[in-house]
Write a protein that binds this ligand. Structure first.
Ligand code: HEC
Ligand code: HEC
Ligand code: HEC
Length: 432
């Protein structure tokens, strides 16, 4: 090929690439044609269905802030490159989504696209919600449209360049989002398929329990083997016996999801306590049963062996509720004696109520103490708990050195492992 021809063809290839990229980044997102199927209920039954699905999908966890109007948004999501805020999704026509068409709503839930065609950030878990059926998305839409409109304006996101360019998300979505509803696996029964639908889509367990890659996308081949949310560890929930929940009975898993506690496995704190209270405890018995059936069949992965739950130590077995087997004088043990033992018991059986049982809890078996430190700082309560029956917040009561000392003592006493919690880690956890 002559030199000049070569340059010409290279130039036209480059031009084509620029045009293709331009089209890719600037072409409008098409609006889907949406219609409910013949199976969609009507009237009050449709609203009830929408309410159930909205709770199961836990929209309120992110779109309602403490003390704010329901679904009026404003919850901050701190990312390494800035902060984004959940928007107002009440039916208010100018501040919420009251003026949206059904098609625009379905497109947002399935493809992460806003009303004016802008690409949305995946802090809105549309990569999971994409799996919902059109009927279910429309039922949610119908229910949300009946809520009280709130005139709270949505807050503007605060991100650095280039992440403040929403179009950047297009390449991310091309790589990581499927935009397709769930398709039943014909080789499995209805219960399994329902469980897969709830776990992967509706209740989006993987948003917290699946690890992410450097680009913040879920590693699907390691699904449910343990992730991180807001500094809390969302444990491995694959059926691995040591590091996952393979050793839990089906009744244990169901109890944990429905009440936030499973006998012999501890209690849900942090983001899981909230997911249980707002959403999972309100799932129907059939849906919980389907979730358990599905979880039993996901590929088992052995992840985080250092945090595996081990049998109670000899010291714990020899202790009574009110008296430790050994008389230790360390700072951590003195704090435990004064501030923790009355509710938890030296033998970890839970003096104050069954939820305070520490035996078998993943949090006290993790030498890094990630959730333990956060729990001690922030406390944990179920709705309706009166003071004295819940886990108090100790952030103000103890210094970083004291929290680290009691955390390491708890890890050592209950699991026999050497806790590695440092005062610096406690200081960082206070900011999270
Ligand atoms: C884990 C947190 C989270 C959950 C759960 C969640 N959202 Fe959101 N949602 C967000 C965030 C954050 C945004 C803003 C994304 C952005 O600015 O790009 C958002 C954006 C939206 C938007 C776009 C609104 C607009 O003005 O552009 C809609 C619609 C929406 N969410 C509806 C829902 C519904 C319905 C549910 C429940 C089925 C839900 N969300 C659950 C975090 C969440
Ligand atoms: C918003 C994030 C989030 C969502 C959504 C979520 N989880 Fe969790 N989950 C967590 C966190 C964080 C923990 C750790 C709680 C603790 O240590 O007290 C946890 C703990 C658990 C545990 C206990 C594991 C152990 O070893 O102690 C089980 C079981 C569980 N989750 C199942 C589920 C299932 C099933 C779903 C979906 C139906 C789900 N979770 C949805 C964050 C989440
Ligand atoms: C007033 C009673 C009370 C006191 C005092 C108390 N706790 Fe708790 N603690 C609870 C209850 C109740 C729960 C379960 C919380 C829930 O269900 O949301 C809990 C939960 C926990 C958990 C999480 C359990 C799990 O299974 O993951 C840890 C760890 C913990 N407490 C450690 C401590 C430590 C350390 C102290 C002392 C600094 C302490 N607690 C003081 C009542 C108490």
């Amino acid at each position: 090929m002559k030199r000049r021809t070569l340059w010409r063809s290279l130039a036209s290839i480059a031009l084509l690439a620029v045009v293709a990229a331009g089209l890719f980044f600037f072409l409008p997102h098409p609006l889907p044609a949406v219609a409910a199927s013949g199976a969609q209920p009507r009237g009050a039954a449709l609203l009830e269905r929408g309410r159930y699905l909205t709770v199961a999908a836990d929209c309120a966890a992110c779109h309602t802030v403490d003390g704010g109007k329901p679904f009026a948004g404003g919850l901050p999501f701190k990312l390494p490159f800035g902060t984004i805020y959940s928007p107002n999704i009440t039916p208010d026509r100018s501040n919420g989504i009251g003026a949206w068409s059904d098609a625009e709503f379905v497109r947002a839930m399935r493809s992460g696209v806003g009303r004016h065609g802008e690409d949305l950030y995946p802090a809105f878990p549309y990569t999971s919600y994409a799996l919902l059926s059109t009927d279910d998305i429309l039922a949610i839409r119908k229910y949300i449209a009946t809520l009280a409109p709130a005139d709270t304006p949505s807050r503007i996101n605060d991100l650095v360049f280039p992440f403040n360019q929403r179009r950047v998300m297009r390449s991310w979505k091309l790589l990581f989002s499927t935009r397709r509803p769930f398709v039943d696996d014909a080789s499995r029964d209805a219960r399994w398929n329902r469980g897969a639908y709830v776990v992967q889509g509706l209740a989006h367990c993987g948003e917290c329990h699946t690890p992410r890659n450097l680009m913040f996308a879920r590693k699907q081949d390691e699904a449910l083997s343990g992730g991180e949310v807001d500094g809390w560890k969302a444990w491995n929930i694959t059926p691995d016996r040591d590091t996952g929940i393979g050793g839990w009975s089906s009744a244990d898993i169901a109890a944990y999801l429905s009440s936030g506690h499973a006998p012999g496995h501890g209690s849900a704190t942090g983001a899981m306590r909230q997911a249980v209270d707002l959403s999972l405890s309100k799932l129907s018995v059939q849906d919980v049963d389907a979730v358990v059936a599905y979880l039993r069949t996901v590929p088992a992965r052995r992840v985080g062996p250092e945090a595996a739950v081990v049998a109670p130590t000899a010291a714990v077995r020899a202790s009574g509720p009110w008296n430790p087997a050994q008389d230790e004088r360390s700072l951590g043990s003195r704090i435990f004696a004064g501030a923790c033992a009355s509710c938890h018991g030296w033998n970890g059986t839970g003096q104050q109520n069954s939820r305070a049982a520490l035996l078998g809890s993943h949090s006290v078996n993790d030498p890094a103490g990630a959730n333990l430190v956060r729990g001690v700082l922030e406390g944990s309560a179920a709705p309706g708990d009166v003071p004295q029956t819940a886990m108090p917040a100790f952030a103000k009561a103890y210094s970083d050195v004291e929290v680290a000392a009691v955390a390491n003592y708890v890890i050592g006493h209950f699991s026999g492992k050497r806790g590695t919690v440092t005062p610096r880690q406690v200081r960082m956890a206070r900011i999270d």
